[in-house]
Design a protein around this ligand. Structure first.
Ligand code: PA5
Length: 443
């Protein structure tokens, strides 16, 4: 199992004791459905509830896409793409693009920005490809995703013909409402439902994450198994000392109350960059409301030790760190010896590269703790489907408990509507006439 180490979190046993009852109460409220946002708790027992029938339907669709596409574009934004991207990048070869000999389709992402150049360059790239599209939107009305999907649908139909497009365009959306549902039903696309009671940022273990991950060639059964095992390991009734979700939520809330307003998620493996992004959304959107919430930041070490390291070591003391540490790499590479030894590094020759990385990790932890930065470590035995499944569920459940302990509804996101309203007013969307008039006065 993955493990949480809080021995360097700079919190005392008495402080833990004082908050223990609150996080346990938050967990009970979550489990009993007595909490704010209780209509969005479908993720809580999702891993153990996944059926063989559902997996078979996913695998059939996966096979169709893999047989007919060299490239699959996932159109989605926020919770409708970050989980899939995080896991595909964590598990995949860092040079998949360059090394792919056709055994797995390349997975690209669109619909998560409004960059004209990005979309232009994407459509150019796809010109010679046998590509398919997974269109993911719970609401079915998100502008970024709808824009990308319009472009991709048209191009796919023109390039591959209407009949093949029908086979290689898949929709993942609401069961009944929204443009993505209407379009899927009208065109006869294979479609999957995002359950009503699962919010975007908690949806990676629904088809939103599982289909793209399976198409990329990874074992989603192992991913789900890892999540299900973690679901059991942190179930209600598991004592505080053995429940990493309760401990993580407790320490975060203690530190926040002491003025540590920023949590930095740290990795020492570049493949985990998008796990950071997924985590930032999960915690940022869940906790940042009502004038409260830890600001979730993230860095990739050792890369960012050469840029953000100075701030973390000596800047304002309002931060704490949570390190995701991978115990064992998948490959073996030794530090080379060099006859001239111009860089003076021959003392490392013959050591595993990972040993050097681990000493960078330990040295950084000690330096940052000395600098007044509390440190938690999440130790993940291997970077594979099973342990990523555990990590995903661990972060989700800890997030629910932590947000409830903070005193917010962790399952809504009213704040994300503000920019949309202004954007539509500025663009003159029908129905927004009054807002358009008002906003123009401010320009
Ligand atoms: O977590 C969330 O709710 C958001 O990030 C949404 O997933 C995101 O805004 C995309 O929404 P939709 O899936 O409706 O297109």
């Amino acid at each position: 199992m993955i493990k949480l180490d809080i021995t360097k979190a700079l919190v005392s046993a008495a402080e833990i004791e004082a908050v223990k009852g609150q996080v346990i109460a938050a967990q009970t409220a979550l489990e009993e459905g007595n909490c704010p946002g209780n209509d969005f708790l479908g993720w809580l027992h999702l891993p153990t509830g996944i059926t063989a029938e559902f997996m078979t339907k996913l695998q059939e669709c996966t096979q169709t896409l893999r047989e007919n596409c060299d490239t699959v574009v996932v159109a989605g934004i926020g919770g409708s793409y970050l989980g899939a991207r995080a896991i595909i990048e964590a598990l995949g070869n860092s040079f998949q693009w360059l090394t792919n000999k056709g055994e797995n389709p390349n997975i690209l992402f669109a619909g998560n920005n409004i960059g004209e150049d990005y979309l232009y360059e994407l459509t150019e790239y796809l010109r010679d490809r046998r590509f398919g599209v997974i269109n993911i939107s719970k609401s079915g009305t998100t502008t970024e995703t709808a824009l990308a999907f319009r472009l991709l649908k048209k191009q796919c139909e023109q390039q591959r013909g209407k009949e093949m497009a029908r086979r290689v365009i898949v929709a993942i959306t609401d069961a009944r409402k929204g443009a993505a549902r209407t379009c899927a039903d009208k065109e006869g696309y294979t479609s999957f439902v995002i359950p009503d009671n699962v919010g975007g940022r908690f949806s990676v273990l629904t088809p939103v994450g599982l289909l793209p991950i399976a198409v990329a060639g990874f074992d989603i059964a192992k991913l789900v198994q890892g999540a299900a095992d973690m679901e059991q390991a942190v179930a209600e009734g598991v004592p505080f000392e053995e429940n990493p979700c309760l401990k993580y939520a407790a320490v975060r809330n203690i530190l926040y109350r002491q003025g540590k307003k920023i949590e930095i998620l740290v990795n020492f493996q570049p493949k985990l960059h998008y796990m950071n992004e997924w985590w930032k959304q999960l915690y940022g959107e869940s906790e940042g409301k009502d004038g409260k919430g830890i600001f979730p930041a993230a860095v990739d070490f050792s890369t960012d030790l050469h840029s953000m390291g100075q701030w973390i070591q000596e800047g304002e003391r309002t931060i704490f760190e949570t390190v995701v540490s991978i115990e064992e790499p998948e490959h073996k590479l030794l530090f080379p010896s060099d006859e001239e030894n111009l860089d003076g590094l021959n003392f490392l020759a013959g050591k595993r590269v990972d040993e050097v990385n681990k000493m960078a990790e330990l040295g950084t932890q000690l330096a940052h703790v000395d600098g007044g930065v509390p440190n938690m470590r999440i130790v993940v035995p291997r970077l594979n489907e099973y342990y990523i499944g555990q990590l995903i569920y661990f972060f989700e459940k800890a997030c629910g408990i932590s947000g409830l302990t903070l005193g917010v509804n962790p399952f809504n996101q009213p704040g994300v509507e503000a920019y949309k309203k202004n954007m539509f007013a500025l663009l003159g969307k029908p129905g927004y006439e009054k807002e358009t008039e008002e906003i123009k006065k401010r320009l």
